[in-house]
Design a protein around this ligand. Structure first.
Ligand code: ATP
Ligand code: MG
Length: 210
């Protein structure tokens, strides 16, 4: 299964990607996690990414396309993958369509803007393995510590209210056109985001059966 997840920032795409990854036993490729790791390690890519990411802007298409071409060419992607965060622009989608990779389905998780803003404030992320938590909706067992790897939990720099608005704006103008693009190709599926993570997962799996 080669799957793209499409959703507004904070819609729970990363969390659902994790669930699907376990369910189908294929890796999740998260562009946000890749970029943040590179920023932390102060790589060349990290330096470029830092210029955009903290303002809620997208990294240039040519950079993202080449990063993903490398990543999707690795061995662990042979039997399928879940893409969390790519493509995010029409140019990226077109580059993927033009490549030898055949995407099976694109799943859009539909969540209203008001809910997104509520979810993004209070979000925490593991510095080490990038698992996300929420102080109210998905608290870790122990304050400030990742359940999975014991890493330190922090608030992402781009989860500040001003940046959240900019990210939503970027999503609506740059990423939303992909819904139409994949609908036209005939591989778009839609799941309504629910209050509870497990209920969203049920909707997601149901949508993927179709
Ligand atoms: P969420 O964590 O809820 O998925 P998000 O989708 O905004 O929210 P990430 O996917 O982690 O967050 O991405 C964080 C930032 O990384 C984006 O705001 C953008 O600056 C950059 N980024 C990630 N993927 C891409 C991409 N495909 N093209 C360009 N920039 C990207
Ligand atoms: Mg993400």
């Amino acid at each position: 299964m080669k799957l793209i997840l499409l959703a507004a920032p904070g819609a729970g795409k990363g969390t659902q990607a994790e669930k699907l990854s376990e369910h189908f036993n294929i890796p999740t490729i998260s562009t946000g996690a890749i970029l943040r790791k590179n920023i932390k390690d102060e790589t060349e890519l990290g330096k470029i990414a830092a210029e955009y990411i903290n303002d809620g802007k997208l990294i240039p298409d040519d950079v993202m396309i080449s990063v993903m071409a490398d990543r999707l060419g690795e061995d662990d992607c042979k039997n399928g993958f879940i893409l969390d965060g790519f493509p995010r622009t029409l140019a990226q989608a077109e580059a993927l369509s033009a490549s030898s990779i055949q995407i099976d389905k694109v799943l859009m998780i539909d969540v209203a803007d008001e809910k997104i803003i509520k979810r993004l404030s209070g979000r925490l992320e593991c510095e080490k393995c990038a698992t996300t938590y929420h102080k109210d909706f998905r608290p870790p067992a122990k304050d400030g510590v990742c359940d999975k790897c014991g890493g330190n939990l922090t608030v992402r720099k781009d989860d500040k209210p001003e940046t959240v608005k900019e990210r939503l704006n970027t999503y609506h103008t740059q990423t939303e056109p992909l819904i139409e693009y994949y609908k036209n190709i005939g591989i778009l599926r839609v799941a309504k985001g629910q209050e509870e993570i497990v209920d969203t997962t049920k909707e997601v799996l149901k949508a993927l059966e179709a």
